[in-house]
Write a protein that binds this ligand. Sequence first.
Ligand SMILES: *Cc1c(COP(=O)(O)O)cnc(C)c1O
Length: 377
Amino acid sequence: MAIQQDVAVRALARVNLAAIERNVARMRRELAAAGALCAVVKADGYGHGAVPAARAALSGGATWLAVVAAQEAATLRAAGIHAPILVMGALAPHELDVALEAHADVVAWDEAFVAAVAARGGGSVHVKLDTGMGRLGTRDAAAATRVAQAAAATDGVYLAGAMTHFATADERGDAFFGEQLARFEDWALALKAAHPSIILHAANSAATLRDAAAHFDMVRAGVAIYGLDPFHEDAAARDLEPALELRSYVSAVKPVAPGESAGYGRRFVAEQPTHTATIPIGYGDGVRRALTNNADVLVRGERRSLVGTVSMDNVILEVGSPPAAAVGDAAILIGSQGEERISAEEVARRIGTINYEVTCGLLPRVPRVYHRDGKPA
Ligand SMILES: *Cc1c(COP(=O)(O)O)cnc(C)c1O
């Protein structure tokens, strides 16, 4: 699809692949020369589109990709992507088949799983120590070492890596991060001494930016490569560029007299003569209903208040009198226009969630269109 800045379109996510490339390069600059970056493109690339995001990340300097579901690895392979892929999630038996079929590396934390990989013709495994996330992996370092030894000793199975995951990397100043890091280091460095070819990896985006001691051989960066702030503050202040813009347009403008209302449940009632602008995007597109009477949208470079209830297919803005909007004007829900900017972090803050959930929550009805700094991708 061609890119036209101000063409009226119902709902559109425009993704700047050049921004993803630059964000990857910027994250790589944090690393030592030999440090590798694994771009995390799970959940359809945090809503940006996994295949285009993966390609952009690889051209920005990532050398690995990570996903969570086996099918996500299969999708990347079907698109012709040959880079190493790590499937980080738990795998039911039939999902393990899909992951190995895609020549993806998988994560192991018990010996039975290593045997299952061997029984399916083999594959590469990364052993996971649960240093405090309490999700996947074994908490027992000796058991994790036994799993690694089993992998190394099993025909057809290759011990490729050792990993952990931080629970509080985005909470600066908290002490638990250091405890997890110390636990991992104790275990992983000894394992690497015995198996020098393994790749040690622990850091997500926040840990990558927070502490070089967490980088090891590779970092697994997700949120930052999309230009979202891992610390939920301001991505620009960290030299990260948001890659995604969410836009719609003004489809109707109408006068509203005092006492007249707009939207389900009449949760907006005009107190003075004003105008509303109807924007044809709603929670059926991933604009969360919790933004009811609780968001700004950019029109003509100005913030306009979202008024009334977010419905499935429309939201309503108050645009004043005379109306500061006309049918056909672009409406930016996430992104910048003129001097104003609405970030995914701002949207998240208003509804008590995090930027990750805002972009992951964009639904399939919103077409994703790709560009490179405004030029066709
Ligand atoms: C999602 C995920 C990452 C990436 O985290 P970000 O905070 O998005 O950088 C890294 N490792 C694991 C195990 C994950 O599940």
